[in-house]
Design a protein around this ligand. Structure first.
Ligand SMILES: Nc1ncnc2c1ncn2[C@@H]1O[C@H](COP(=O)(O)OP(=O)(O)OP(=O)(O)O)[C@@H](O)[C@H]1O
Ligand SMILES: [Mg+2]
Length: 265
C-alpha cells in the first residue's frame, strides 16, 4: 500500500452524454497538499469532472486513480473506503432544508452510525466553529444568508475528515466579505494539509488559493500549469477567458470558429 502514488489522477478520460463528447482524453493530477482550479466556460463540463472523480458518473474510457487505486477496478467495499477520502461542496450548497444546520453537518456521521451522539455533536461543533458559525447550529438553512449556507456546506464536507475536498463554484453569488471568508477557509484547509480541487469563474479567488490550473475547452485540456504559465499562455481560448472581447468565446458562433482553428492545428 505504502508504494502507491498519493493524489488523484485522471488519465485519458473520455466521457459523452447524449452523443455529445464532454471530455476527450482528459488528464488531470491533483497533487497532495495543493489546490488545483479547473477553468472553462459555462456548460463545458467542469461539474461533470467532479462527478466522474466521485464515481457518480462512469467514464466511457480512461482511468481515474485515487491514491494509486483505479476506481473502476475496485470492489464495492473498497470503493466506499476510497470515496470516503473525498468530500464535495456542491455548486448550490445542497443543504437539506428540513434539517437544522447541526443536523446537516452531522448527517453523514449519523448515517454511518459508528460514532455516539456525543461524539458526533462534538465534531459538528468543531467544524461549525472552524467556519465561524457555531451560533447557527439550531437554525434552519432558510434562516441563513447565501454565504453562510456555503460555509455550512463546507463544515458538512469537513465532518467526515476527508483528505480531498472539491469545491464547485464556492464563491459564486457572494459579496466581497463572503468571498473573503471562503478564500480564507480554503487557505486554512490547505495549511492543515488538505488537498483541494476547485471549479470556478472567479479568477481573483483562484489566483489567491490555487497553485495549479487546468483549462477545459471543447472537451479538451488546453492548459495545465501554474498561474504564471497560465497568464503567459498564448492560446486564444485562455486569453479570451480572461478578457472577453467582441469575439468572445461566450458567443456561440465563436465556439465554432475556435473548433475550426483547433482542427487546423
Ligand atoms: N444529466 C445530463 N443529461 C444531459 N446533459 C447533461 C447532463 N448533465 C450535464 N449535461 C451537459 O453536459 C455539459 C457539461 O455540464 P457541466 O454541468 O459539467 O458544465 P459546467 O462546466 O459545470 O457548467 P457551469 O459553469 O454552468 O456550472 C453541459 O453542456 C450540460 O448540458
Ligand atoms: Mg458546474
Amino acid at each position: 500500500m505504502s508504494g502507491l502514488e498519493k493524489g488523484i489522477r485522471m488519465d485519458k478520460v473520455c466521457y459523452s452524454v447524449n452523443g455529445r463528447q464532454i471530455l476527450r482524453d482528459f488528464d488531470l493530477f491533483l497533487e497532495p497538499g495543493l489546490n488545483r482550479t479547473i477553468l472553462g466556460v459555462s456548460g463545458v463540463g467542469k461539474t461533470t469532472i467532479l462527478k466522474l472523480l466521485l464515481g457518480l458518473l462512469p467514464v466511457d474510457s480512461g482511468e481515474i486513480t485515487i491514491d494509486g487505486r483505479e476506481i473502476s477496478r475496485l470492489k464495492q467495499r473498497d470503493l466506499i473506503l476510497v470515496r470516503k477520502k473525498i468530500a464535495i461542496v456542491f455548486q448550490g450548497g445542497a443543504l437539506f432544508d428540513s434539517m437544522t444546520v447541526g443536523e446537516n453537518v452531522g448527517y453523514r456521521l449519523f448515517e454511518e452510525g459508528t460514532l455516539s451522539q456525543g461524539e458526533i455533536e462534538a465534531i459538528v461543533l468543531e467544524k461549525l466553529s472552524f467556519v465561524g458559525l457555531e451560533q447557527t447550529i439550531d437554525l434552519y438553512p432558510a434562516e441563513l444568508s447565501g454565504g453562510m449556507k456555503k460555509r455550512v456546506a463546507i463544515a458538512r464536507a469537513l465532518a467526515a475528515n476527508p483528505d480531498y475536498i472539491f469545491f464547485d463554484e464556492p464563491t459564486t453569488g457572494l459579496d466581497p466579505i463572503g468571498v473573503y471568508n471562503i478564500c480564507n477557509l480554503m487557505q486554512r484547509l490547505q495549511a492543515e494539509g488538505k488537498t483541494t480541487l476547485m471549479v470556478t469563474h472567479d479568477m481573483d479567488t483562484a489566483f489567491k488559493v490555487s497553485q495549479r490550473f487546468s483549462f477545459l475547452h471543447n472537451a479538451r485540456l488546453v492548459f495545465d500549469g501554474t498561474k504564471k504559465e497560465l497568464l503567459e499562455f498564448p492560446a486564444v481560448e485562455t486569453q479570451e477567458f480572461f478578457s472577453p472581447s467582441t469575439k468572445s468565446l461566450f458567443v456561440n458562433n465563436t465556439i465554432e470558429k475556435v473548433t475550426e482553428h483547433e482542427t487546423k492545428r
